[in-house]
Design a protein around this ligand. Structure first.
Ligand code: ATP
Ligand code: MG
Length: 363
């Protein structure tokens, strides 16, 4: 066993890039396992700074700050996929970066992501790279309408994409969407959307959670419901695809895999996120091992925990002023989680609640 194969001992420090709610929940999980965490984030008001004293407030492309951070920690992970490639390479030269730079490269570029899925024979909607307006018009002829035109990088919560119904829409969408190039996708008239949270450690152990059914409101995740209203066969297929993805990437950590489910039960991968995922927040309430602990276990070279689910659950995001539900409208079957953000802005994820349904035992 080499040094990097050994499980990180108690008191080791997990470096986390990003100080939002995901970084905060990762730091809490690390702490519960006897590990420390050091948060690196440019925003001095980051919610993750509340839960650990070890922090760096600096730009993600500040080499001196990155070097000092890397020197302080034993392993480095992140809560967001837009870590600059140069930063990822720089950090990986100093300390183990998990998930690796290859996973970031695939997940932060929709074209690279779709190409990776196609090469691995995993199901994905028809797509084409769009470098200019002529190409866009030609590909609309090929793919048909409606279609969805998206930026390849930096999209989130539905930002950076437009539905295209005709050539006029296409010209406008081409003008409005930046940065270029873009990617054109076939519009999928899906029956529902699901996601699978999957984890893999360096030893190759894989653990996948039950699929969650996701409903969006104003392009932001509203609820994740488990179990999803899909057949056992579709659920098994989703887990199989998610497992194939982490294996193909030689991935270490937790990943979120989003799918469209068609009315015939067939699945298409929409996108992958190389990190803990909003649609996995239900795991903290009803699973033996939640996604945050699972990610820390994976990046710390520990054995994975059991992802088994012990109850049915609906996770609901609290956006903006909805945070007033904590403590306002709590009922005893609800597990609340507030992110401690000082300012509640429209569209900002402030917290979530998990509504748990435990099967009653027959008397
Ligand atoms: P998020 O941050 O919420 O994951 P995102 O900005 O990364 O979103 P996508 O996941 O690609 O973008 O798309 C957001 C939503 O738009 C999808 O969850 C789906 O509801 C809809 N959508 C995206 N692409 C398609 C498509 N090809 N066909 C039908 N609907 C689509
Ligand atoms: Mg998405």
């Amino acid at each position: 066993m080499t040094q990097t194969d050994a499980p990180l001992p108690q008191g080791s420090i997990v470096g986390i890039l990003g100080g939002g709610q995901l970084g905060r929940m990762l730091a809490l999980a690390a702490s519960r396992l006897g590990l420390k965490s050091h948060i690196y984030c440019p925003d001095p008001d980051s919610p993750a700074f509340d839960v650990t004293p070890l922090k760096t407030v600096a730009d993600y492309e500040d080499p001196a700050a990155l070097a000092a951070f890397a020197a302080e920690v034993d392993v480095i992970t992140y809560e967001f996929e837009n870590v600059p490639a140069r930063t990822a390479e720089f950090l990986a030269d100093h300390k183990p970066l998990r998930p690796g730079a290859n996973a970031l490269a695939v997940a932060q570029d929709r074209l690279a992501e779709k190409a990776f899925l196609s090469i691995n024979r995993l199901p994905v909607a028809h797509f084409a790279a769009i470098t200019d307006l002529d190409r866009l018009e030609a590909e609309i002829e090929e793919i048909g309408t409606p279609a969805v035109l998206k930026t390849t990088r930096l999209g989130y919560d539905g930002k950076g994409q437009r539905i295209v119904d005709n050539m006029e829409d296409a010209a406008l969408a081409w003008e409005l969407l930046t940065p270029k190039p873009l990617v054109l996708e076939q519009f999928i008239p899906f029956e529902r959307e699901i996601s699978v949270i999957v984890a893999r450690n360096a030893a190759g152990q894989v653990a996948a959670y039950d699929p969650a059914e996701n409903v969006h409101r104003d392009h932001i995740l509203h609820t994740s419901t488990v179990p999803a209203a899909i057949t056992g066969k579709t659920a098994a297929k989703a887990l199989e695809i998610a497992t194939a993805i982490v294996e193909a990437l030689n991935y270490v950590g937790v990943m979120g895999v989003e799918f469209f489910v068609r009315d015939n039960g067939k699945l298409l991968v929409n996108e992958i996120a190389p990190r803990v995922h909003n649609s996995g927040h239900w795991t903290e309430a009803v699973c033996i091992t939640d996604q945050f602990e699972q990610h820390i276990r994976a990046v710390a070279n520990w054995p994975l925990g059991d992802p088994a689910r012990m109850a049915n659950v609906v996770m609901e995001n609290l956006i903006g002023d909805e945070i007033a539900a904590i403590p306002g409208q709590l009922d005893p079957t609800t597990r609340p989680h507030a992110y401690g953000k000082a300012e509640s802005r429209a569209g900002r994820k402030m917290g979530h609640i998990n509504r748990i349904t435990v099967k009653k035992r027959k008397k």
